[in-house]
Design a protein around this ligand. Structure first.
Ligand code: NAG
Ligand code: NAG
Length: 351
């Protein structure tokens, strides 16, 4: 019901899908977490073992991602979720083919559960710029094949103003950044042919590193534009972890990475009149990560003219007892309990 109403309003032009810059005293516009699971089985080489996909939906036999999202919205003030999924999963391994009715239908159940909370929902193809080890537009899938999956997804969700198109998770070791920008442009052009207004996230090389963006990927990505020549809704996608090797695999944090990453990125975004969304950040449920992640988030809040928000990694189908970076809340009776890091840093503070 809610989604039908918002879609109708969006089509009537009553609601703008594009966020305005925030007053820097009130903090970022978007706060949320990843709801992982449909991406399980995706590796950094762009292989995707479909048998490992774990839908984070109790209706599909998995953990209750829908309940997690409802809790996060109601109790923590969250308003955006990122929903990672494997490219091969959506197409049932048929590169260039149609969305697989069964698999894309299951993923759509998660998308609809997200939309039903009233939050923004990021569709994230979690393939590291690759399909089975080969790079899009540089020996692997053609730009047309990449654009085609986005054309289908954009068509499916064109009427939903709160859908955000996260066109690729963490490209890395991509040899030619200008060719990569051409691949990104192909996806943007395909999406805009059917979905004029929703946000699109532009990912750079180097694992979408916030630190590398201004100097390495940014100059090429700045050329990606809408068919009308504007940059409206084209948001720079960045990630940043805080552990000793920036990998997001350790439970202890050693830096807030402000001086070397987020501060120079803010300067670059302002100079180029662009905005960024941090779609993966996080750490262990430890005192060191509380210290540094809260510090990073404080910086984003104070620079909310250029930082639209942050999305923690990760809730969803991970085990809250064994996953190092768990942001999975646990449920007892009707009460949800957050991980200590979500409670301390990621949940939006009421001001
Ligand atoms: C895919 O995952 C399943 C379940 O974990 C495993 O048994 C199988 O060996 C994997 N296949 C490949 C090709 O890695
Ligand atoms: C982040 O911190 C790590 C660990 O101190 C450091 O190696 C890295 O250069 C820093 N990167 C950024 C982006 O600040």
């Amino acid at each position: 019901m809610l989604s039908t109403l918002t879609a109708a309003l969006a089509m009537a032009g009553a609601v703008s899908a594009l966020p305005a810059a925030r007053d820097t005293t009130t903090g970022v516009q978007f706060v949320g977490t990843n709801i992982a699971g449909f991406d399980f089985g995706c590796s950094i080489t762009g292989q995707d073992n479909l048998t490992q996909a774990t839908p984070p939906l109790s209706a599909l036999g998995g953990p209750d991602g829908a309940g997690q999202m409802q809790h996060f919205v109601k109790d923590d003030g969250m308003n955006i979720f990122r929903l990672p999924v494997g490219w091969q999963y959506l197409l049932n391994n048929n590169l260039g083919g149609k969305l697989d009715a069964t698999n894309a239908g299951k993923y759509d159940q998660l998308v609809q559960a997200c939309l039903a909370t009233g939050a923004y929902c990021i569709i994230d193809i979690h393939n590291y710029a690759r399909w089975n080890g080969q790079i899009i537009g540089q020996g692997g899938p053609t730009n047309d094949q990449f654009a085609n999956v986005w054309s289908q997804l954009a068509t499916k969700y064109a009427a939903q103003e709160k859908i955000v198109f996260g066109i690729m998770n963490e490209p890395h070791d991509v040899p030619d950044i200008d060719k990569w920008a051409d691949s990104v442009q192909a996806a943007v052009t395909a999406i805009r042919a059917v979905a004029a207004k929703q946000m699109i996230l532009l990912p750079g090389n180097d694992w979408t590193s916030a630190q590398q963006m201004p100097t390495k990927s940014g100059p090429a990505l700045l050329k990606v534009k809408n068919p009308d020549g504007s940059f409206d809704g084209l948001i720079i996608d960045v990630h940043k972890y805080l552990d000793s090797d920036n990998s997001g695999t350790h439970t202890e944090c050693v830096t807030d990475n402000i001086s070397t990453a987020f501060s120079p990125l803010a300067t670059w975004l302002r100079a180029n009149k662009r905005q960024a969304l941090n779609t993966e950040t996080g750490g262990g449920n430890t005192a060191s990560c509380q210290k540094y992640l809260c510090s990073q988030i404080d910086f984003l809040n104070k620079n909310s003219d250029v930082f639209l928000g942050y999305v923690g990694w990760s809730a969803g189908a991970f085990s809250p007892t064994t996953y190092e970076l768990s942001e999975v809340p646990t449920k007892n009776g009707n009460a949800w309990t957050d991980s200590s890091l979500v409670k301390a840093c990621i949940a939006r503070k009421s001001s």
